[in-house]
Write a protein that binds this ligand. Sequence first.
Ligand code: KG4
Ligand code: ZN
Length: 310
Amino acid sequence: MILGIETSCDETAAALITHDGEIVSNVVASQADLHAKYGGVVPEVASRRHLDLMVPVLEEALVAEPEAIAVTSRPGLIGALLVGVSAAKALAWARRLPLIPVNHLHGHVASLYLRPLDLQPPFTCLLASGGHTMLLDVRDRSGYTVLGTTLDDAAGEAFDKGARLLGLGYPGGREIDALARQGDPSAYDFPIARVPGLDFSFSGLKTALLYTVRELSASELEARRADLAASYQRAIVRALVERLETAGGDRIAVVGGVAANSELRAALPEAALAPLDLCTDNAAMIASAGRYADPVPYPDYLSLDARATA
Ligand code: KG4
Ligand code: ZN
């Protein structure tokens, strides 16, 4: 059994998985409601809430004795990460267990290695979350090579900022996804940035939405909101799918919070998609990555530090 712990952003999560990738428990306490009134995650508020939630979440997830503890140590909000890393160190030290520091991005990719999906490399992976948008070449389960990345906003960030411009709640991806179903995706022609190579850019799209919204009165915005959401979502999905097509490769996989998007999922019928509940941040994926990362033996990890960057 491996215990996973994840606190890099606004989800406090713990999960137990078996060595062959079966999920035994998977507890996620989302702080989304807490941050909604600010329209985004407030780092210091997140750290404090992680402190409140960490122990109860661990108690609920620990339905059996783990043999190792995997924890997200980078990248993320530093205060938030420190709560998970400190909890993991304390638990591992008390039980004399090894500790496995995990890169959050590797965790997202490893969501594909959990059963029943149990995906085997090689594949080309789109990782699209609130903090990152990357194309990865995955040759084995222990890592990946970055083929392309966003030059400005992440795809999830584009959803969140777009939602804000449209007066929708946080996190915005799910809200736009839901509203877009009632709208016409061809109502507005939003631009798709075509940057060289395999990189992404979403800031122009966000600005285009801003300018469009500015031209509308409050009642016009109300009437056109679903069309705007649908057209905006269409542009993001197109940009992501186009890049995947440019990258080529026989097998394609998609992970991260944006992989929960219904239009993106429908646009990639052949792709391996992370299961819906494993797209957004969770600790099962961190435990899963822990199976393919290097454990640090007791008590060497006591000096382990969290890091804000990858
Ligand atoms: O992977 P994740 O939980 O956290 C990070 O590591 O960033 O991703 C969160 C992001 C948010 O930006 C959220 O708006 C987006 O994933 N998201 C979605 C959907 N559900 C979550 N974006 C589009 N459609 C969705 N259904
Ligand atoms: Zn994430």
